[in-house]
Design a protein around this ligand. Sequence first.
Ligand SMILES: *[C@@H]1O[C@H](CO)[C@@H](O)[C@H](O)[C@H]1NC(C)=O
Ligand SMILES: *[C@@H]1O[C@H](CO)[C@@H](O)[C@H](O)[C@H]1NC(C)=O
Ligand SMILES: *[C@@H]1O[C@H](CO)[C@@H](O)[C@H](O)[C@H]1NC(C)=O
Length: 251
Amino acid sequence: MCRAMNAKYLFAVWIVNILKVQAIIPGIPSAINNHPFQVALLSNDKFIGGGVIIERNIVLSDINAYNQLLLQYLWPSTPVKLTIRAGSSNNNEGGQVVNVARTVLVKIPENEWNDLSVSILLLENNLTFSDTIKKIGLAKELPSSLPLNCSISGWGYTRNDYVNLPIQLQVGRAMLVEDRNCNVTEPNNYLCLTGADACIGDSGGPLVCGGELVGLASDLQHCGTTTFTGSYNKIPLLYDRIMDVVKGIKG
Ligand SMILES: *[C@@H]1O[C@H](CO)[C@@H](O)[C@H](O)[C@H]1NC(C)=O
Ligand SMILES: *[C@@H]1O[C@H](CO)[C@@H](O)[C@H](O)[C@H]1NC(C)=O
Ligand SMILES: *[C@@H]1O[C@H](CO)[C@@H](O)[C@H](O)[C@H]1NC(C)=O
């Protein structure tokens, strides 16, 4: 998570992680109308990760995330044209595909060892909201009553053997628990969760509790662990910064 890490170093770490195959990542196929705020992020029409609709023309993602860097390595292509696909359960067809006009990185840089960032993607055209395309509100505060049932979704690897990327959206249940369960000794920018785990390809995707976006998949080095930290950032820590940018964009 150190910002000084470069892509080649991360690639080496990823290869090492592949060799440590452990567990499956429980998820089940789902339909987009159950998660209408979820989008697929495409780079030159190839799937690279997830995103979350927060306004008609604004999507949150994490285009700097570890996994997406690696997917760029696997499918190198320049120049990069970013688009999002909204309103489709499948990441390779259907729905509305809209160009990303501009990206704004929102970052809390104070902790080099545990930095926190999201990418705000400004779309070239407004999405048309429907049963399959909706925005979701951001959590302003962390839920206080834990444990709490939450859901995660994405088109990332369904096993940490990194073989199969599903075409259809997968959904899993994750339980949000107290930070101390993750044995964190420093202030933690990431949510402490048990249950389903996100994997490479899920980055930028949502963790939803009580109908609000509480976390966004970010650093995904450890797939398929049942208790983990470092995968879903805490949206409330970034709330004010994100809203400042959103207000600027909306005018
Ligand atoms: C998007 O919708 C807003 C109103 O909601 C409108 O002002 C704006 O012009 C629209 N943008 C585009 C690119 O159509
Ligand atoms: C979470 O959801 C599952 C399945 O619906 C349920 O069995 C469990 O009791 C719930 N846990 C909490 C803490 O709400
Ligand atoms: C936390 O630390 C204790 C004691 O070292 C250990 O038994 C436990 O497995 C750790 N839990 C996690 C989630 O790492």
